[in-house]
Design a binder for this molecule. Sequence first.
Ligand code: HEC
Length: 268
Amino acid sequence: MWNVIKKLIVGLVVGGVLVGLTRMFEFPVIFQMMFFAYAMLGSAVFILLDAPALKPMGGLKSVIVLVAFYIVLCTAFISGASMWPQYDPQDEMGKIDKILKPKRLLTDQGKADELIARAKALDEQVKALTVRLKALGGDQATKDPAAGGSGASPATTSTATGDFMKMGEEQWQLQECYNCHKLKGEGGKKRGPELDNIGTYLSVDEIKQKILDPKSFMAEGFEKEWEKGKMPDKYKDLMEENDVVALASWLGTFKNTAVPTPKPIKKK
Ligand code: HEC
């Protein structure tokens, strides 16, 4: 029993050290958890080694036991692994769907769907207006004239801007810019510059240009990376105009002068 506790403690210590190390290297949390889980798995195996030996067996019985053991292991492994969020197919499908959606809209079926959706939305509006007209006609409802027409437009505009910014942030995640760029203290900065102050240097149009053609600007101090073309030249194929503008507009709002974003130098 003491042996089991000892091995458990060693597992916990090793796990703790691994988590500390992975944190130091800025691994994503999920990987930190994974390293910890592997340490625990390791101590479980060592504990199992202490278990009393089975009675020797042979023939058919040993085959059955072996197969049963194999099935148990497979089930445990697969069901265990599928609990990790990164193996959730829904997650990946959602991402792919987002990338494909604008492309799908370009096909005829997509266009038809889009038109139907729009028609439905218009229908809803007509219904809402009908209800309002009825209310106006029925009991001279003049209490709230501002609620109709122009009164609602400022609110609509501001949510539209908010949605647009959200779209930009979504593109940041979707195109995985964070793999190379740190922003708001998150993401890998090992290959590319931190972008928290990019809005001070570049206009939305210039950021757009940089995304569509990474050779157009060079971050000061990143001469080698720029020359080697470290920043991928693929976004012009992957992204719709709208997505690029949204992403560039969103990045343009980052003007945190406390972060040493390198100065972009115009190259084209
Ligand atoms: C594979 C790594 C990588 C990915 C992915 C990547 N970049 Fe870059 N990016 C770089 C490197 C390296 C530089 C610095 C060299 C240069 O200017 O080309 C850079 C520079 C930049 C700059 C100029 C920064 C400055 O201070 O001058 C901007 C803006 C930028 N990237 C935006 C993006 C956006 C937006 C995305 C996602 C659509 C993205 N990057 C994806 C590697 C990457």
